[in-house]
Structures are given as C-alpha cells and as structure tokens.
Design a protein around this ligand. Structure first.
Ligand code: BG6
Ligand code: MG
Length: 215
C-alpha cells in the first residue's frame, strides 16, 4: 500500500474485550424470549448496530414483533450491557492494544476510532484510552451500519487523510467489508476463517507491528 497516514480501530473485540458482554446480553435476551443463541449466531451480530443486531436475533428465534416491542427489547439488552461495562477497568484492554496505539503515536501516524457503538465513550473513559485517539467516530455519529463504509470514511475525513492511506483493524466480518468498501487496507483480528476477506489476519494486536504492514 501507499504510505500509511492513519490507522482506524474498531472498539469492541479489537481494543477491549467487550464482544463477550454483547454476547452475554444478547443471549440473555434470547433466553428470556424462549430460544437459544450460540456463539456462532453471535458472529453475524459483531460490528452491526444495536437495532440491526436485534433484527438478526429475532430471525434466529423465528419471532416477529412490533416496533414498540423492538425498542423495549433493545433497551433491555442495552441495560444489561451497560451494567457489565460500568465495571470495566484498564485491565480489560486487549493484549497489545495500548502498546500498538502508543507505537503509532510515536511514529506520527494518526489514529481514529471507528465503532458502531453508542457506548464507545463510556468504555474509552472507563479504560482510560480517550486521549489515545485523534478522532472518535461512534454510533452516535453514524446512521449506516457496517458493512456500509460510513464510519471509516468519516474517520478519514476527520483526520484529513485519504482512504487509500488508511489501515482498518477489525474483528468482525461486517467491519472488514466496511473497510474494503471504504477503499482501505484491512487487518483482521481473530480467526482467519471468519475474517477471510481481510488483507491480513493476526490473532491479536500483540502480534501486530508496523513491519507487517510493510511500513
Ligand atoms: C459494535 C459491536 O461495536 O457495536 C456490536 O460489535 C454492537 O456487537 C454495536 O451491536 C452497537 O453497540 P451499542 O453499544 O451501541 O449497542
Ligand atoms: Mg468489533
């Protein structure tokens, strides 16, 4: 790729280990509604907005509900999720994430958050990482869920860089697709079978170095 000017990071499952809390809260909702919700079902919720996630979950359970019930269910899930994240500490930053952010800052590479979550600021505050980002794009600033590229294009715009100069770090299939749709290079964090559309895949940010991007 051309010279890297910026790195854009997904939050849940890349910087912090919140993917497990989303799963726990969605599973709890599914169980209350009378059906099971497996880790495999959960893969398709990763990276996707709250209401879109609920839609997929209801499809898994074969349920059709009205708009008012949907809003109530999404709220019920979010209340449990907020309870989990309210207790988060910097210990829950994923291995290598903070160190990699610091290496990028040191090398003069710009950094943005590109998350679908409306809870991103709460999480970044709880783990003390707000100041590690030059721009924060979250679910309060976007209207189109990944794989739509909106979140990453807004990030590039706020950092004043071209999409072709950006690298995206993502743990979700939908997020890798969003990066590709934005015209950005993508690094998958996690399982290479799930993230087979990424340009490269590493198991965690601990394995990540600028050399791996040929920088
Ligand atoms: C993404 C998560 O980062 O944020 C999804 O991967 C989640 O699982 C989405 O649904 C929206 O999050 P929130 O916190 O606004 O419900
Ligand atoms: Mg994620």
């Amino acid at each position: 790729m051309t010279k890297i000017e910026a790195c854009l990071f997904d939050l849940d499952g890349v910087i912090v280990d919140t993917a497990k809390y989303h799963y726990l809260a969605w599973r709890r909702l599914a169980n209350e509604l009378g059906f099971d919700f497996t880790q495999e079902h959960n893969e398709s919720l990763k990276g996707v907005s709250r209401m879109e996630s609920l839609k997929i979950l209801l499809q898994v359970g074969g349920l059709t509900v009205d708009e008012t019930s949907k809003i109530e269910m999404a709220e019920r899930k979010n209340n449990w999720y907020c309870e989990y994240i309210s207790k988060m500490t910097p210990d829950e930053i994923l291995p290598g994430a903070k160190e990699f952010l610091e290496e990028l800052r040191h090398k003069g590479i710009k950094i943005a958050l590109g998350s679908a979550s409306k809870n991103a600021m709460t999480i970044l505050n709880n783990v003390n990482l707000v100041n590690h980002f030059d721009a924060i794009i979250d679910g309060t600033k976007t209207s189109n869920a990944k794989p739509n590229p909106e979140v990453f294009l807004l990030g590039a715009k706020e950092l004043n860089v071209l999409p072709s100069e950006c690298v995206v770090f993502e743990d979700a299939r939908s997020g890798i697709e969003a990066a590709t749709n934005a015209g950005m290079y993508s690094v998958g964090i996690g399982d290479p079978l799930v993230l087979n559309k990424a340009n490269i895949v590493v198991s965690s940010l601990k394995e990540m170095t600028l050399e791996k991007l040929n920088y």
